[in-house]
Structures are given as C-alpha cells and as structure tokens.
Design a protein around this ligand. Structure first.
Ligand SMILES: [Zn+2]
Length: 445
C-alpha cells in the first residue's frame, strides 16, 4: 500500500473536484481512494508514505502525438515549413538511420516525458524496420505507458503492422498498445492506394486495435482531396471507413465546421499540437470549435524535432495562446480546458478513460506531484492557472505509473540518466550524418 499525503488533488473526475488537504491510497497498480487526508491517513498506519506537502497531485499527462524516435533531431530542424522539414530532414533520418538509434531516441524522449509528468504517449509512424522487441523493452524498463502506431503505407507494411499488433499489443503488463499508423496522401504525386485505407481499418477492427493518422494538417492536405475528389478530407475519410472512436487524427489544423460535425457524429478524436503547427506555420487546430461540436480533442507535443520539447505543461499554455490569438478573444481556451486535453480527454481519445486520465478509485495509479513552491509559480492564487500558465516540466517532483514510483523528489528511481544522455548524444551525432548541414549566421569559434 502506498499513501500519498498532504496534496491538493486535482482529480479530473466527472465533477472536476479539486480536494485540498487530500490523500491518495494506492494498492498495487490501482488507486483505492482519493479524499481528505483526515479520512484516509489513520486507516493506513503501515502504508509506505509519499509526502506531497504543498504539491498538486494530478493524473499523469497523456501526450497523444509524440514522435519519440525524433528526439535526436532537437535543434537541427528549426525555422522550416513542413515540406522541407519532412523531405530534407525527417525522411532521410528515418530511412537512412541505423534502427538501433531508435532505442536511444526513445529512451531520451521518455526521460524528458517522465521529468515533465507525461506518463502515456502516442508514437505515430513507428518505423517498420525498428526492433519492436528492443523498443518495447525500453518502454517497459522506463516504466511509462505507450501507444505505438506501426507505419502502414502498403499491403506489406499492413501485414507487418498486423503481426506487430498480435505480438506486442498488451506488452509491458498492458502498458503498451499497438495500433496501425496509416499513411494517407497529402500532396499531388503521393501514392493513392484505393482499398488500402479501408483494409487497414478493417484489419485494425478485427484485431481490436485502432488507427493513428496525420490528417488535414496543412493547406495542401485539404486542397488535395478537394481537387481530386471534390470532398473535404473528413468526408473522404468517412467514405473510406477510417473514422470512429478507435481512430486518432493528428493536427487537423484546417478542419471545417462541416467536418467537425462528421467527427462528432462518428466519435472520432483529434489531437492538437499547437507549438509545432504554429512554429512550422502550418496553422492552428480549431480546438474551440471542435470541442464545442462535441469532438474529443487531446493534446500532443509532436516532439523534440519541431517543438523542440516533449513538455506537455508548456504545451497546455501554447494551446490557450494559439486559440486566443487565432480567435482574437481572450479566454477562448481556458487553463481548465487545456488541462482536460492533457489528461482525461487524452485518455478518452485513446479509448483508455476507464483506466487512466483521472484520479479515481479503481483506475490505474498513474499520477504526478507538481511542486508550485518555486519563484516562477508563486504565489498560488489559482493552482490550475499557475500550472498551465506559469509552470513547466521542471516543476514535476514525483511520477508514479501503475503504482510504481518512477520519479521522487526530482530524482529518477530506476533509470541511469547520465547513460541515457550519453547514448543519445552518440546516436544523435551518428544520425546527423545523413542530414543537410544548416548554415549558421553567427560566428561559432
Ligand atoms: Zn506527427
């Protein structure tokens, strides 16, 4: 039994209760009780204590769009629009790198996630060449929860993805899920493969899995579908049978009101990644409109290549700023909205809201403690405002996943941080050999 004491519990339950002077009891992998400390502490005199005095307790964050394998590209792809970003950097990196590099990249990404409170992430477009045994072992060892979306761009990779689902879905005591990372055309010249998209959806359905796909991110994405089919991308996707609650659509910057209605009617969730899409000038996901239409909208960082971070706390602030500025109305997306996206709505978007996303009895014990007693988050008039608008990942003090303490007092419990950083540095140097050298304007001596 683990007893987390003296916290302010931001439960994210259906009533959105925020409980001061709270305690949380954990038995094995699950939460047993969340309530006032006076009601819980005396009942468990022998429990192992985690003293959270003065801290917020929250469900662990869900980063629903996190290219963990791109962490090694941090600082190498700035100031680029999406086509040179993908064509000149990401694709050469992915196609020419040593698959072993992926493990070092994933471990670095997960290290940053744990340090910034992310306990579950979605890695889209997992490279078919990657060693899933090694990747899932790395995820298991780091202790977090993940959804790996195996890349599908044709019949061969569809079969490989099916095998990956059969072999690895449910690995790491159920903490790893495997989905199909569907590639759909975005530009004239991209391969259009009639039958593949529906076949992938049917295979995913048969295996009890789901789809993850980048979708309507750029102006080019929607002009392709309008020019070729006379349809908006979401209308085309509905015709192909790829929408539904077990599909996760990434970005959707250019979704219209008509499309929001289709997504709501089919129960299809979207994940917004505001920092990356604003940085690359792709656009701003219409989060407010989608939420108002009844679409579940999760939050994602996209990752270190174009964010340049996996810090979901900073992403919550970016989400609010992007909505407010694009709508030219303060409060278009509030701190409470953003926290829902990063927690319970992320869990709903992954079909895992029965297990994670809130602090409630019976759910998995995935929770974090955030210390706001720092100069940049003090005083605490409104803990949610401070968390979203003032904090960053460095405020995270403690991380627990499935009842296992991964981070405590800012220290990693079972991971050699120095070794991960050293491995990542070596792998990044190796990976960079396939990238163009970017000119620097300043003189570095
Ligand atoms: Zn992406």
């Amino acid at each position: 039994m683990l007893l987390v004491t003296d916290v302010t519990a931001v439960t994210m339950d259906a009533d959105r209760r925020v409980i001061a002077d709270a305690a949380i009891t954990i038995d094995g992998t699950r939460i047993v009780a969340v309530g006032k400390a006076t009601d819980l502490v005396d009942h468990h005199p022998d429990a192992e204590r985690v003293d959270g005095r003065g801290m917020l307790a929250l469900p662990g964050f869900v980063d629903a769009h996190a290219h963990a394998d791109q962490s090694l590209l941090r600082g190498r792809t700035d100031d680029l629009a999406w086509i040179p970003f993908i064509a000149e950097y990401v694709t050469p990196y992915l196609t020419r790198r040593d698959p072993a590099v992926a493990v070092a990249a994933y471990r670095l990404a997960m290290l940053e996630m744990i340090r910034s409170g992310t306990t579950c992430f979605v890695s889209p477009n997992v490279d078919p060449r990657d060693d899933l045994d090694a990747l899932t072992t790395a995820i298991d060892t780091m202790g977090v929860r993940a959804v790996l979306a195996h890349w599908v761009d044709g019949p061969d990779t569809l079969d490989l993805a099916s095998a990956a689902v059969e072999d690895w879905d449910g690995a790491a005591a159920g903490r790893i899920k495997v989905r199909f990372g569907l590639d759909i055309p975005r530009l004239p010249g991209d391969r259009y493969q009639p039958g593949l998209y529906r076949a992938t959806a049917e295979r995913a359905d048969a295996l009890g899995s789901g789809l993850v796909s980048h979708f309507c991110s750029e102006t080019e994405d929607w002009t392709y579908y309008e020019d070729r089919f006379g349809l908006r991308p979401t209308q085309w996707a509905e015709d192909q049978g790829i929408l539904g609650p077990s599909t996760l659509l990434i970005n959707g910057c250019w979704l219209t009101a008509v499309e929001a209605g289709i997504l709501a009617a089919t129960g299809t969730p979207v994940v917004a990644s505001p920092t990356a899409t604003m940085k690359m000038a792709s656009g701003v996901t219409p989060v407010r409109d989608l939420r108002d239409a009844g679409v579940i909208v999760a939050l994602g960082t996209d990752g270190a290549a174009n964010n340049n971070s996996f810090d979901l706390i900073r992403e919550m602030k970016a989400a609010c700023l992007g909505q407010n500025s694009s709508r030219r109305r303060a409060g278009t997306l509030t701190a409470e909205d953003a926290l829902e996206m990063a927690t319970i709505d992320g869990a709903r978007a992954l079909g895992q809201a029965d297990e994670i996303g809130s602090l409630e009895p019976g759910k998995r014990a995935d929770l974090i403690l955030v210390d706001l007693a720092r100069a940049h988050t003090w005083p605490v008039a409104d803990p949610i405002a401070n968390l979203v608008y003032a904090a960053h990942g460095g405020n995270v003090d403690t991380v627990i996943v499935d009842g296992r303490v991964l981070l405590r007092d800012g220290g990693l419990a079972a991971v050699d941080e120095a070794a991960i950083l050293a491995d990542a540095a070596r792998a990044a140097t190796e990976a960079a050999r396939v990238l163009p050298v970017r000119a620097r304007r300043w003189r570095y001596e």
